[in-house]
Design a protein around this ligand. Structure first.
Ligand code: ZN
Length: 534
């Protein structure tokens, strides 16, 4: 009897101490943070296609995790580089310096690509592509802060098809940042990160997964007639019906994978290889994999939000993230990783599709009327030096040599621009505070205005109006169709729930910092979304 009691007490002690230990481990930190940026995703895709999703992808996130339903980009230039930089720095272009995918450098008088760096070279390809690094990113990232917090024992890896989708999130000193090279079909990096491509990357590239993905055609996941949420009558579909053969790309057109749903599969397969080979998520020192899925952007630009192509891409993405969760549950353990998903920007409807349904929208070519009127008025030979991100850089030396006052020229030009019907407002960047815009919008320009990099005049077009061609669509404006993005969380440290309160893209890094109990990035302006945190 006595022996049995002792054995019973001992068992109780062992169970309770094991439980305490397990609880302590579970509470301390996640083993891995998995961040997925979907390049071009609107919040409504979570719901519009919901009946088409399985139980273990988006529906699992909503069931087990947390959705911030009203997440907005807080600055005006809603483009890829600015979005990736904002999520990971918790900051805005005014401070982190990533004003667009490219911008005009007033000092050297040339266009600069967001991640270009001529002091490094590419690794993993023989092509003479532009060498790249995060050197233009002026603040730390949440991934940098994780490195600093653990004395560089945390592992950080960035993965994307687009270079900027990998480089900016991975921060300044990751264990690797890899992007896809359309010339070779390889994932590549640069000498900023390492002097030699890791053997596992060489092995992954050697398998040429892209060729086997090309052997699958792009076949719709469901019968054509079931795509009732999309425009089934588009000209594009008549000319290029499903299924779409991709085999002709094998061995020669490696860039084509990006514009198919299989680009996401390629990126997630490479991400899993990184987790395996870099031994990520194996101990209590939190690691961070920053993944960006670039394909939805290519597909979205070409076909628009109401296309069968976009609907089918999200049906397939739902299955792809479900299998990725299966992998993470087995490899890292359910509840032992923190997952978040968001987007770098959303997207406008295709203007022609809007017009067909009597709604406003216009794909425009640049109207030079105001520029000509100003040149003639002041007899200036070259008025505009550059035009990037809807900002006009005036040619100061040409204005000076005409012997006219710079500010008078600028004021006249702005006045002329404001006469154009497609322009909602053009204003002087040096005097944003005086602009007659609702404060919500004005604030987005202040946050997007980087003193060192911005142009002289900001041009704001009417909602749904943008520069573009006869087909397709784009993003880049301050309007909610471009700035309203999903923000989904799941796993370690995350409550189950929904939030309708408005939060911002800048709040993501602050929330991660609070979860991980580490410092916020150096230029952070975001606030913690405390409702998310367990
Ligand atoms: Zn885009």
């Amino acid at each position: 009897m006595k022996k049995q009691t002792i054995a019973f007490l001992l068992l109780c002690f062992l169970v309770s101490s094991a439980f305490t230990q397990q609880k302590a481990v579970a509470e301390a930190s996640p083993r891995l943070v998995v961040g997925i940026m979907v390049d071009q995703m609107r919040l409504d895709y979570v719901y519009r296609f919901n009946s088409r999703y399985g139980e273990n992808g988006f529906k699992r996130i909503l069931r087990e995790g947390f959705s911030c339903e009203n997440t907005f980009i807080p600055y005006a230039q809603t483009v890829t580089a600015a979005g990736h930089a904002c999520v990971y720095t918790g900051s805005v272009p005014a401070i982190n310096g990533i004003m667009g995918n490219e911008w005009y450098d007033k000092q050297i008088k040339k266009d600069v690509y967001c991640v270009e760096d001529n002091t490094v070279s590419l690794l993993g390809t023989a092509s003479k592509g532009m060498p790249m690094s995060p050197k233009n990113l002026m603040t730390t990232t949440i991934t940098d802060e994780l490195k600093l917090a653990t004395n560089f024992r945390s592992k950080v890896v960035g993965v994307a098809i687009k270079d900027r989708g990998s480089i900016l999130p991975a921060g300044h000193n990751p264990d690797g940042a890899y992007w896809y090279d359309a010339t070779s079909g390889n994932f590549i990096t640069s000498t900023w990160y390492t002097n030699q491509l890791a053997p596992w990357v060489i092995a992954f590239n050697g398998k040429k997964l892209v060729d086997s993905l090309y052997k699958k055609e792009w076949k719709l996941s469901f019968p054509f007639a079931s795509y009732i949420q999309s425009d089934t009558g588009s000209n594009n579909l008549k000319q290029n019906p499903f299924p779409r053969n991709l085999e002709s790309n094998i061995g020669k057109n490696y860039g084509a994978i990006a514009s198919t749903p299989w680009g996401n599969k390629l990126t997630l397969d490479f991400s899993m290889a990184a987790i395996e080979s870099e031994s990520m998520g194996v101990d209590n020192i939190t690691d961070f994999i920053a993944i960006s899925l670039s394909s939805p952007d290519y597909i979205g630009h070409a076909f628009g939000p109401n296309s069968i192509e976009v609907e089918d891409t999200y049906i397939k993405l739902d299955q792809q993230i479900a299998s990725f969760f299966d992998y993470l549950d087995k490899k890292i353990g359910k509840g032992k990783y923190t997952f978040f998903m968001t987007a770098d920007h959303a997207v406008a409807h295709v203007p022609a599709f809007m017009n067909q349904h009597k709604m406003p929208g216009l794909s425009m070519k640049q109207n030079k009327r105001a520029e000509l009127a100003t040149k003639n008025k002041f007899s200036i030979t070259s008025l505009v030096e550059a035009n990037e991100n809807y900002q006009i850089y005036l040619n100061k030396s040409s204005i000076d040599s005409a012997g006219v006052d710079f500010n008078s020229v600028k004021a006249f030009f702005i006045n002329e621009l404001n006469k154009d019907p497609e322009i909602m407002i053009a204003f002087d960047n040096a005097n944003i505070n005086a602009v007659n815009l609702p404060s919500e919008f004005k604030e987005m320009f202040i946050k997007g205005f980087n003193q060192k990099l911005a142009g002289d005049i900001q041009v704001v077009y009417r909602p749904g109006y943008f520069f573009g061609g006869a087909t397709g669509t784009t993003h880049g404006s301050m309007y909610p169709y471009d700035s309203h993005i999903p923000l989904l969380w799941m796993g370690w440290g995350v409550k189950q729930g929904f939030l309708n309160r408005e939060v911002y893209m800048t709040d993501i890094a602050a929330t991660l910092a609070a979860m991980l109990k580490i410092q916020m990035p150096s230029g952070n302006v975001g606030k913690v979304i405390s409702e998310v945190i367990k």
